[in-house]
Design a protein around this ligand. Sequence first.
Ligand code: MG
Length: 287
Amino acid sequence: MKLVRFGAPGAERPGVWLDDRGTPEILDVRAMAFDIADYDAHFFTHWGIDRLRGLLMEPVQKRIAADGVRLGPPVARPANLICIGKNYADHAAEFDGAPPSEPILFAKAPTAIIGPRDPIRIPAGWTEADAEAELAVVIGRAASRVEAASALAYAAGFLALNDVTERRAQREAGQWYRGKSFDTFCPLGPFLVTADDVADPQQLGVRSRLNGAPLQEGNTRDMLFPVAQLIAYISRTLTLQPGDVLATGTPSGVGFARKPPVLLQPGDEIAVEIDGLGSTCNRVERA
Ligand code: MG
C-alpha cells in the first residue's frame, strides 16, 4: 500500500495512492474515516494501516483524481528525524576515509521536511548545497531496546529521502546539524510504501539524478549497518516513536566529492529514486 498526504502545505490530508483504474487516484481517507486525522504517531499506534486496508475493501470509496494534486511529505512532521552518516563504505571513503566501527548518528530538524515536488530553497550567501539519496524508514510502533532479529517488525514502511546538505555549514560548524537543517532541505516521498510491500529493504537500488543525468548509483545491500541493526542500535539510546523517520545514509557519488564538485544551483532539478518506492524530484531555488 502506498500512503500519501495531499493538499496545501500544512493542511495535507491522508490518502492512499491507487493505480487500479488506469489513471492515478487518491483515496480520500478522512472523507471515509473522519477520525483518521493524519499519518502521525496516533495513527501508527492505533492500527492505522490495518484500518486503511479496511477502507480499501469498502464497496463505496471516496476517490479523487491524482493529476495536478500537490503531494506533501507522506508522514506528518515526526518527533525525530534521525540520520546515519557514512553507512556505505564507498561514501565513507570519498568523504574522509575509513568506515565507522559503529553507526554515526546525527539529526536533521524535522522542520526541514518538504513534499516530493516542493522547491528546495537555498538562503542567500550559501553556495555549497549538495544532495544525498537515501532509503528512509518510518517507525510503526515504539521501539526500545529491541533486538536486530525482530527490529524490522517496528518499521511501518519505507520511502525515498534527499538528505540535502550545505557543505560549508557542515564543515565549519564542528557538527552536522546546522548544515543539514535548513528549511526545505529534506524532500520526502512521494509514497510511504508499507513494509509488507517491500520484500527486502536491503536489496533496493538507490540513485540520484541532477537535471536528468545520473549522479549517485548504489544499492542498500552495501550498507555497513543494515536497517534492522540501525533500529536496534538507536533503540538502545532512545525510544523510537511511531512516525519517527530514520534516514539510513547515502552511497557514493555525492556532488561535493566530484572533481570538480557538482553542487546544487538555482534552476537545477534534483531527483532521488529508490527501487519500488518512487522518487522525489525537486527544483532548486534561491530563498
Ligand atoms: Mg546523509
